[in-house]
Design a protein around this ligand. Structure first.
Ligand SMILES: Nc1ncnc2c1ncn2[C@@H]1O[C@H](COP(=O)(O)OP(=O)(O)OP(=O)(O)O)[C@@H](O)[C@H]1O
Length: 788
């Protein structure tokens, strides 16, 4: 193309941008006036609400009419509010589009057509003034999929009517800012390295970015996958798993907008910090956020307040300290209780409980046992054995409610009832009075009014008193689930040792019971207990949830996954994770959800390209991971990582401070000093806070700001920083297999710079990295003295 024709083309493209922006602005004008009319409507309806409804509650007919009138008015109001909400959302999207209406274009010639048609792709669709043709297609529209899937040449896409094929003659990318064309590239197979280079070279932020303009082909397969009930994504660090997951949510909400809403989607995230990190992506894409929670929150909300639940991070700290009480026993318990073998053991126990062993509670009223646990037990074990335990308990509950009715009749005659009737609420008296009046309409007999009133009052007193008891019975609180669960660790303590039972089983039983006695649930016990409780009392399944996303899926145990399947029985699942970032104790022995042997029927997508970090950082980190050669860096240049080895912690601190000063001088915005444990981080924070402005991130931290943070590796999961400092990369700190993964996780948080410090011998993992891939400085005391 000659210079002139290039200029001409640029001009034409800019003219088109202008036309589209004009149309967007015109539409915004219309919407603004619609929004203001709707707002005025809402204000008027609210102000005049009670004037516009006919309120008359004297007669039954009037009452019904009044209710209908209120309902109609309320519906009218909520319809206006809803419309106002929709118009505002559309305005928000158009506002974003007016600065950058599209980012891509393909010229597509359908097989049956003679001419190609340019398809412009942006964040959302825009129609022309006549509302007939698309000026911009939503990136999630079926036709837009070709932009992500094909280079110029033959291409096709699926529609509800079937597959449409043809040829892409042009594939182009744009950078448009404030309505001005800043860049334009014709691209080949991958979506322009140009643009990707630029986006990836930008600084990290405390909020995750959307990636719609540069989605890669393999990521697009995840985003648009509709076939699989269970989709497993194994992707190396920084390969865009979380990004793909979030764009997938946006895609699904668009694709199934008639039937799917954001409340029907749940994302399980690794820590509370991550929740806020990803919270802005969907709103920026014009969609509402899905429900987000950590697995800890999920389990915690199912326990009553009397339990104290250990967090996974506390378990991790215990594991990493390596010197806790009963350490070996507990570690073995962590491994075993993660497994499906343990779930089988629980199932076996639950099955046995169908014949004997459930511990029940006495039912007491006013300090007296009214139905003994023995009687409940007898009743339970007489019920039909072929029924499930929850069904049998339901029968017991019904029986108990009948018994309670009898007790109620009997209690009504007692003296305490009359005394307490004086404490009744005013409404109770009014109610009783009304009942009496109603009764009198049908009888002339008035001489026993007084007796009848007392009778009604007594009934009321006893009913009020019994109410909480009935509620508890309906909730099956007469089963002592905890005691029944604890029995397992007594009853099965000397269980015949099959292969799956761990060697330290007897000790595990003792230790488990010690914790449970104090109502302390260790993290490894939480899933088992909740599974047990739900199996006994009936699963509280969430049938409305259609899609479940599990990020960092490698950290979930097979048992946890089995529990989720029970809790979300109709949900499709997208599991995303990286086997190399498995950092929990159970991962040592147990099958991961991401391994090839994962027993669930699933479709698997593997992502091997790492986008987050510069090529030198990826080369450094892949060198010490098994199968690291499968990790492909994205071609983005940067400094090679530097390791400073010292023999005194004080010198390490000095060096860390000067490194961070360097980063700050370069204008780096987010800097993380990553430690292995919280204890290490607290120490670092205590020493460094006098020298640097920094924040300590703990498991309670829910948000973070630009600047310097001190954070343990396990809390930095899923997030990224411009520069990362590994505070102590010594062999003492990182030498076993889980520590390898922890170290990998920590280093791969860096986008642009990675600096490591080691007090004493550097980790054996660093020794696996070719010398040419990092700079190694040794500063020993002698040398320092010498320098002085
Ligand atoms: N197609 C893409 N276009 C632009 N940026 C991308 C793309 N894919 C990934 N990225 C960027 O790469 C970085 C890593 O992405 P993301 O956090 O989704 O990866 P991940 O696989 O979940 O990482 P990890 O497992 O290490 O937490 C982010 O900054 C993201 O914006």
């Amino acid at each position: 193309m000659t210079d002139d024709s290039q200029k001409q083309e640029w001009k034409e493209e800019q003219n088109r941008v202008n036309r589209v922006v004009e149309e967007i602005k015109r539409k915004m004008g219309i919407l603004r006036s619609r929004a203001s009319n709707l707002k005025q409507d809402v204000i008027d309806i609210r102000r005049d609400f009670w004037e516009d409804v006919t309120v008359n509650i004297e007669e039954m007919d009037d009452k019904i009419e009044t209710e209908a009138s209120i309902k109609q008015q309320a519906e009218f109001l909520s319809e206006r509010e809803r419309s106002h909400g929709q118009v505002s959302e559309r305005l928000d999207i158009l506002d974003r589009l007016k600065d950058s209406p599209y980012f891509g274009r393909i010229d597509f010639k359908e097989e049956s057509e003679s001419e190609e048609e340019p398809i412009y792709i942006g964040l959302a669709s825009v129609l022309d003034e006549e509302e007939e043709n698309f000026l911009v297609h939503d990136w999630r529209a079926p036709i837009a999929s070709m932009y992500y899937d094909y280079p110029p040449g033959p291409a096709s896409y699926d529609t509800v009517q079937g597959n449409i094929s043809g040829e892409i003659t042009v594939k182009r990318q744009y950078i448009i800012r404030n309505g001005e064309l800043k860049g334009m590239f014709d691209t080949g197979l991958t979506i322009g390295d140009h643009l990707l280079q630029k986006v990836l070279g930008d600084q990290a932020s405390t909020k995750m970015k959307r990636i719609v303009s540069t989605i890669q082909r393999e990521q697009n397969q995840i985003i648009r996958n509709e076939k699989s009930k269970v989709l497993v994504v194994q992707g190396v660090a920084g390969s865009g798993k979380t990004s793909a997951a979030l764009q997938r949510v946006a895609y699904l909400l668009y694709r199934y907008r008639e039937t799917l809403s954001s409340e029907q989607i749940v994302l399980f995230s690794p820590n509370p910090l991550f929740n806020s990190y990803v919270a802005t992506v969907l709103p920026e894409l014009g969609e509402d956020n899905m429900q987000q929670m950590t697995f800890y929150q999920f389990l915690h909300r199912q326990l009553d307040d009397s339990f104290q639940l250990e967090t996974p991070f506390e378990q991790m700290e215990y594991y990493l300290r390596k010197d806790g009480k009963d350490y070996d026993t507990r570690v073995e318990a962590m491994e075993y209780k993660a497994s499906l073998d343990y779930k089988d053991l629980l199932d076996r126990y639950i099955n046995d409980l169908g014949n004997e062993g459930i511990v029940f509670r006495n039912i007491s009223f006013r300090g007296e046992i009214i139905i003994s646990k023995k009687a409940i037990e007898q009743y339970f074990y007489q019920t039909e054995r072929s029924l499930s335990i929850p069904d049998r308990l339901e029968k017991v509950a019904n029986w108990l409610l009948l018994q309670i009715k009898r007790v109620e009749q009997y209690e009504r005659e007692k003296d305490w009832v009359l005394e307490e009737s004086e404490l009744l609420e005013k409404e109770d008296f009014v109610d009783v009075h009304h009942t009496l009046q109603d009764e009198q309409q049908f009888s002339d007999d008035t001489f026993d009014d007084y007796d009848r009133e007392e009778e009604l009052l007594r009934k009321r007193v006893v009913a009020n008193k019994m109410k909480p008891l009935k509620v508890k019975i309906k909730r099956l609180a007469f089963v002592d689930t905890l005691k029944t669960f604890r029995r397992l660790f007594h009853q099965y303590r000397t269980i015949s040792m099959d292969e799956s039972i761990p060697n330290r089983w007897t000790d595990i039983c003792r230790l488990t019971d010690d914790y449970l006695k104090d109502k302390y649930l260790t993290w490894e016990d939480a899933t088992g207990y909740i599974y047990f409780e739900n199996s006994m009392l009936g699963f509280q399944s969430q049938r409305t949830i259609q899609h479940l996303f599990i990020d960092e899926a490698q950290d979930y145990t097979p048992f946890q996954f089995a529990l989720m399947k029970k809790m979300y029985p109709v949900s499709r699942m997208t599991l995303l994770g990286d086997i190399n970032q498995a950092i929990y104790a159970h991962a040592v022995k147990e099958e991961s959800l991401l391994s090839e042997r994962f027993s669930e029927k699933h479709e698997r997508i593997v992502l091997t390209r790492s986008y987050r970090s510069t090529k030198p950082i990826v080369s450094f980190t892949k060198a010490f991971m098994p199968n690291g050669d499968l990790i492909e860096p994205f071609e983005r240049d940067g400094d090679i990582p530097g390791l400073i080895e010292v023999d005194q912690p004080e010198i390490a601190i000095e060096k860390i401070v000067s490194k961070i000063d360097e980063f700050l001088a370069e204008g780096q915005k987010t800097i993380a000093i990553i430690g292995k444990t919280m204890e290490e981080c607290r120490l670092l924070h205590a020493v460094l806070r006098r020298r640097l402005p920094l924040h300590l991130m703990t498991q309670e931290t829910h948000t973070f700001n630009n600047g310097i943070v001190v954070i343990p590796a396990y809390l930095a999961k899923g997030i990224e920083f411009d520069s990362v400092v590994i505070a102590d990369a010594s062999d003492e700190n990182y030498h076993n297999e889980l520590e390898r993964n922890l170290f990998y996780t920590a280093c791969t948080r860096a986008m642009h710079h990675l600096a490591l410090f080691s007090v004493g011998r550097p980790s054996r993992f660093i020794e696996q990295v070719p010398k040419s891939d990092y700079q190694h400085f040794k500063i020993h005391e002698i040398a320092v003295r010498h320098n002085e």
